[in-house]
Every structure is written in C-alpha cells, then in structure tokens.
Ligand binder design. Structure first.
Ligand SMILES: Nc1ncnc2c1ncn2[C@@H]1O[C@H](COP(=O)(O)OP(=O)(O)OP(=O)(O)O)[C@@H](O)[C@H]1O
Length: 436
C-alpha cells in the first residue's frame, strides 16, 4: 500500500483478490473476465478503489502492468452511475497509443455501450469532426492544436468534462505541449477528477501535480525507474563499422522470436528495414515520416504476426501493448535514458518474460553507463561468436548497397509526389530526435 502519507492512507487490503472486492460493479467485472483479466494487477488494486472514492491519482507502475485498466475502469463506472456525453478526455503522446486506449475503453465498456473518439494529427479533420459530432463519452487525443480543434467543434464542451487523464504524463510534458496542457487545465473545471499515469516520472510532473490535482493519492507500485523483473537485459559491444552484421547475427541466433528494433532516426529505421528485407527477414518500419495510414498498416501487420520484425523510432517506445513481442533491440542506444525503460518495456508485459539487447559502440559508453545508473543494474554482455559475425559481412554489405539504391529511389519518388508531408505533429522533432 503506497497511498500518499501526507493525505492519509486509503484502505485497500493487500490480499484483495478480485475486481469485485475493489468495488468494481458486476457488469465491468464481467467485462474484465471476458478480456481474461482474472485478478486485478497491483496498480489496479492500488488505484481503482481510491479512484472510485473520487480522489485524484498519480499512478506510477512498471511497463505492461495494466495502468490503462487502472484509469479506464473507474471512469467507466462513474459513467455508468451518471451517464453523460463528453465525459472524459484522455491525453496521450502518440497516435498509435491513442487508438490502443480507445480500443481498451470500448472493450471494457462494450456491454454498457460506451463510445469513444480518437483525435490525432495526420487524420483528416472532417472524419474527426464527424466522430465528435456523434458525441462520444470518451475522447482520446494527442495534444497539439487539440484545444483549438475541440473548442471549434459544435456540441463539444470542455467545461462539462468530468475526468481528465494524462497517460504517459512525463512524455506529454516533454513534448513542448506544456502551454497546451496549461490551457486545457484552465478550461476544464476544477471539480473534474484528474489522473496522471506513467512508468516514469519527472520533476515536470511534480510541478503539474501541484497545479492540476486536488489532494491526490499517489499509487506508486514501482520505483521511478524500474524495469520489469522478468526481463533479461543484455548489452552487446560492437565496433561501429559492423553495426548491421551484429544485428543480423542476433536475429539469426534468436530466430523464431518476434522483435521490436529501435533506431534513433526515421532514416535509419527505413534503411535498416530495407537491409533486413534484402536479407530475407520479414521486417517493417514505423516512424513519424510515414503517413498515418502506413503507420497503422505497419503496426497491424506486426500485431497480426505477418511480420516478425518491427523497426521503429521512439514513436513506438511508449505504451504500445503487443503481447507477443519477445525481444527488444536498441539498435541505436536511446539518448534519453528514461526512454530505455519504455523501449525495453515493449516486451515482458503482463507477467510474461522477454529479452532486451542494447547495442553499444565506443561512442555510446557514457550513455550506456547513464542507463545502468538509472535502472540501478549492471547488465551482462550478450554472448556472441565474432567469427560468425564476420562471416556475414559480405552478404550484409550487398544488402546495404541495395538498400541505399532503394532509399534513393524512394526519395526521388517522394519528391515527385509530395504526399507524405505535414505528418509528424506528435513525434520525433518535439523530443529532439532527428527525422532527416
Ligand atoms: N488484471 C489484469 N489481468 C491480466 N491482464 C491484464 C490485466 N490488466 C491489464 N492486463 C493486460 O496487460 C497488458 C498491459 O496493460 P497496459 O497496456 O495497460 O500496461 P501499462 O502499464 O499501461 O504499460 P506501459 O507503461 O507500457 O504503457 C494489456 O495486454 C492488458 O490487456
């Protein structure tokens, strides 16, 4: 039990075993059951009863630990008690995550007829306005011109909202959206309930907490920078001119698994995907320079297991819940060490096990040490046979040559039909990641 001591403890028995015991109403207990959620997770045990008592919440729990359910269930229950259109606004940093949260609300709320709408960049305004015109109960949105859009929508009344959630709160505040968040906080009335959730927290969140929350309960079931226990974490030290050959070696060694590979730029994501495809791997990219349709297409193919390797920038490092991810590879080391925790958290979700391997070149040693310091662990090296890596270099070099040609062709094609621009309002630039 980690309720905020300043504000008194909340009575939640640590031996609580069922959603019903947490105060969740029967119809929602059934919905949990249908999703295969037999017992609540730790963060749900902490957060749901206090949220049902009407308190504001700051929820800190490791990746894949069920934070979405921890804020969705109390909102749905309150909605059942006092049905109202435009009841809750959920802010989240990326478009993919917005869709995922909306799916979770609809899955949990299907039997009570909950409707949600997703408002994100990269999708035509008309269809989003139509979605809002249906007056959904829950709006899930990425910030960025959001407030202008919402305020100009007929029938939408920010002042009537009863719940505000900031999922991945620290990331939202790091995306130059502080001004927008301030505006939103000013417009939504003070008697709203506010939930902030993340697997990592920053000083900015503490500042926001003072400005936005009333007497909140802290539900902290992990330390600020904790990685998941069932995650086996490794690093691999590589001479930089062999970055690609080592990657192919690992993919061969761990063949049969599904992988998320993180790169630091859109360009390297695209290039590496092409190299791997030229070598016969079923690899697919996901980054902020792709159109929204292509982004969702890539994600769906990976989710449906028709592709076993998803190469992505940090646009995919937060929140995405793809239970079958076995291995996360940090092909480029993350520049912000907190992103490491979120990236590796794409595997070993909901009690499963998983592996992460971080590539470290001579230029990354300091960043790597910072990560080890943050998570409070020394990572072991992933065992490699160098001779076997060297044997791959010729084939890899050829695949790289083809990839360069393909990239050039793609660039020229793009120049001719500029159909994939103006599409990155929620992503990399704002966090300092380059998208050349
Ligand atoms: N009580 C439960 N029992 C079993 N599975 C659950 C339970 N609650 C949630 N899950 C599942 O656990 C997975 C992870 O949940 P969720 O995406 O909410 O994690 P998270 O804590 O928000 O992770 P992240 O920090 O990476 O965003 C999902 O597949 C979800 O369906």
């Amino acid at each position: 039990m980690a309720a905020d001591e300043e504000h008194g403890s909340v009575e939640v028995a640590s031996e609580t075993r069922s959603f019903k015991e947490l105060g969740v109403t029967d119809v929602l207990c059934e919905a949990c059951d249908q999703l295969g959620w037999k017992t609540p997770t730790k963060i749900q045990i902490e957060a749901v009863p206090v949220a049902l008592q009407g308190r504001d919440i700051i929820g800190l729990a490791e990746t894949g630990s069920g934070k979405t359910g921890a804020f969705a269930l109390p909102i749905l229950q309150a909605l059942l008690e006092t049905p109202q259109r435009f009841f809750a606004l959920v802010l989240t940093p990326t478009r993919e995550l917005a869709f995922q949260i909306s799916e979770q609300f609809e899955a949990l709320g299907s039997s009570i007829g909950v409707q949600s709408a997703v408002i994100v960049g990269g999708i035509d305004m008309m269809s989003q306005s139509l979605a809002l015109a249906k007056k959904p109960h829950v709006v899930i949105a990425t910030p960025g011109r959001l407030i202008d859009h919402l305020e100009n929508t007929k029938g939408f009344n920010l002042r009537a909202l009863k719940y505000l959630v900031m999922d991945e709160a620290d990331r939202i505040l790091n995306m130059d959206f502080e001004t927008e968040v301030d505006k939103i906080l000013k417009v939504i009335p003070r008697d709203r309930k506010t939930f902030l959730f993340s697997a990592t927290m920053t000083k900015k969140v503490q500042k926001l907490q003072r400005a936005a929350l009333k007497n909140p309960v802290k539900c902290a079931v992990s330390s600020k920078y904790q990685t998941v226990e069932k995650l086996q974490q490794y690093y691999i030290f590589i001479p930089s001119k062999f970055k690609d050959s080592y990657l192919v070696y690992i993919l061969n060694e761990l063949a049969g698994n599904s992988f998320m590979i993180f790169c630091s730029t859109c360009n390297n994501t695209q290039r590496t995907a092409l190299v791997l495809r030229n070598l016969g791997f079923t690899a697919i990219p996901l980054h902020g320079q792709m159109s929204q349709n292509k982004r969702l297409g890539s994600l769906n193919k990976f989710k449906a297991k028709t592709r076993s390797i998803l190469l992505a920038t940090d646009v995919a490092s937060r929140g995405l819940d793809i239970p079958h991810v076995d291995v996360v590879i940090n092909f480029d080391i993350p520049t912000h060490s907190k992103d490491y925790i979120h990236r590796v958290g794409r595997t070993a979700r909901a009690g499963r096990s998983g592996k992460s391997i971080t590539f470290v070149t001579q230029y990354d040693v300091e960043l790597f040490q910072r990560i080890e310091h943050l998570i409070g662990k020394k990572l072991p090296a992933f065992p490699t046979q160098e001779e076997e890596v060297m044997m791959l270099t010729e084939r890899v070099a050829e695949a790289q040559r083809f990839a360069r040609m393909e990239l050039r062709e793609q660039g020229e094609k793009k120049k001719r039909s500029r159909d994939e621009v103006n599409d990155n309002d929620d992503t990399e630039e704002a966090t300092g990641i380059q998208c050349p």
